[in-house]
Write a protein that binds this ligand. Structure first.
Ligand SMILES: [Mg+2]
Length: 232
């Protein structure tokens, strides 16, 4: 019987890519820098590689937040102040919440049958504001943010902390749902949780990775969970 759903936030319920590029554009304009496509694309690459390092425990979150702007500044000779730039970016990011198609309808449906939890590696300040601005707070019994917990997905310590706060939850009645193979699916797999991979881009599943189910649109999730419950 599936009772609890741990759901990732960015690029699972909210469109992070859109929020990120809008926030970055506004940040650069505020710093009097022309937000060229090349600059936005390169920031995205730098940021993604640093998040990868964070998931592997090779860099601290506090370092990541500044390092991405330091590298961007250096590569493009921009003389950005990383601390100031990060604070502008964080402010603009927290204002941006755009739903992944079908997210709101999905939550309306899931909330009737399951206890819902957010499990996110994002920043506390931005995530809390985005959750509130998107009107998501009411759907979730608890919100697990790795920055508060002190461990990031896929670290099992992140899931230990979640389970300590989820009443009546165990590995048989809880499913991890998210778009990221490296954090959500690997984290769930290592912790022994059933997983649902939200894979709208229809990426191939790398060798050695296991997921219990794949969905290409959020509307497929309720039926997928019912199927998983029956097979269990
Ligand atoms: Mg995500």
């Amino acid at each position: 019987m599936i009772k609890n759903l741990l759901i990732d936030l960015d690029d699972t319920l909210l469109d992070f890519g859109k929020a990120e590029s809008i926030a970055l554009t506004k940040t650069l304009l505020k710093c009097k820098i022309e937000p060229s496509e090349q600059l936005l694309a390169r920031y995205h690459e730098i940021n993604a590689s640093l998040w990868h390092a964070l998931e592997e425990g090779r860099i601290l979150r506090s370092e990541l937040l500044l390092e991405r702007f330091r590298r961007l500044s250096e590569e493009f000779s921009l003389s950005l102040d990383p601390v100031l730039t990060q604070s502008y970016y964080d402010e603009f990011l927290s204002m941006g919440c755009f739903f992944i198609p079908g997210a709101k309808e999905l939550l309306d449906e899931l909330a009737e049958q399951y206890t819902l939890y957010i499990a996110s590696n994002g920043n506390v300040r931005a995530q809390q504001k985005r959750i509130a601005n998107a009107g998501l707070s009411g759907y979730f019994t608890d919100v697990f943010l790795s920055e508060v917990i002190g461990h990031d997905k896929p670290d099992p310590a992140f899931f230990d902390a979640c389970f300590a706060r989820m009443e009546g939850a165990d590995r048989d009645n809880t499913v991890m749902i998210g778009d990221s193979l490296r954090s959500d699916m690997l984290g769930g797999m290592r912790y022994g949780l059933p997983t649902v991979w939200f894979n709208p881009k229809r990426l191939p599943l790398p060798e050695g990775m296991h997921v219990d189910a794949v969905i290409h649109s959020l509307s497929q999730l309720p039926a997928t969970l019912r199927r998983m419950a029956m097979a269990h």
